[in-house]
Design a protein around this ligand. Structure first.
Ligand SMILES: [Mg+2]
Length: 209
């Protein structure tokens, strides 16, 4: 059986932070972005408004800032090792995140077979962000279905890794799920749970599942 492993980014592959906060840190705007992260996780704003607001904050963003944010971010250890092992077994790994596409897509260089984020214009921005391209919890499931078709598997072959309510729909759609550094609410809805900073240890729990 071929499996597809679906990884969330913010709070899952990134420990205790989000891609927008790490990008904003390069511009000295992390406090504003932490406030936006709180607003979206409490449901006070939705993903399209969040995207519009970070886009406005990032008027001075350059490709160099994005590269620096990616390199300095607190990644879990052994992400590349896990993806290499998944690939060696003939399985697939993908990242699906509500974070900006221009950051998420960098993870294909670490060995992810696919990486999807909210569609943002190219950096530096000369265009607005189109709310239609911004992802949601439900959109994660639609992308998962599309990836299943692309890789010739079904939902029954999927393993999802996530940390928050935006992973809830996906956890409900696949048979195996790993709550990574998640709050108790999500942990109760996953088949497996991991707390720590080493993705290999999370992956080992479901390697044979
Ligand atoms: Mg997350």
């Amino acid at each position: 059986m071929t499996r597809l492993h679906l990884f969330d980014l913010d709070g899952t592959l990134l420990h205790g932070t989000s891609a927008p906060v790490e990008i904003s840190r390069q511009l000295g705007l992390e406090a504003e972005t932490v406030a936006l992260d709180r607003a979206i996780s409490s449901g006070r704003i939705g993903p399209p408004e969040y995207a519009t607001q970070v886009h406005a904050l990032w008027a001075g963003l350059t490709e160099a800032h994005v590269v620096a944010a990616f390199e300095a971010a607190p990644w879990l250890s052994r992400i590349r090792e896990v993806w290499a092992e998944i690939t060696r077994r003939g399985d697939y790994c993908a990242v699906v995140s509500l974070s900006p596409s221009f950051f998420v897509e960098r993870l294909t260089s670490w060995g992810a077979h696919a990486a999807h984020g909210s569609v943002f214009p190219a950096v530096p921005f000369t265009e607005p962000v189109d709310p239609a391209g911004v992802l949601s919890a439900a959109a994660k499931v639609r992308i998962a279905d599309r990836l299943c078709a692309e890789f010739g598997v079904t939902r029954a072959d999927c393993v999802a890794y996530g940390d928050s309510m935006s992973d809830l729909d996906l956890f409900g759609a696949v048979p195996v799920s790993v709550a990574v550094n998640a709050d108790r609410h999500l942990t109760g809805l996953a088949t497996h749970a991991y707390t720590g900073r080493d993705l290999w240890e999370a992956y080992e729990q479901v390697r044979a599942a």
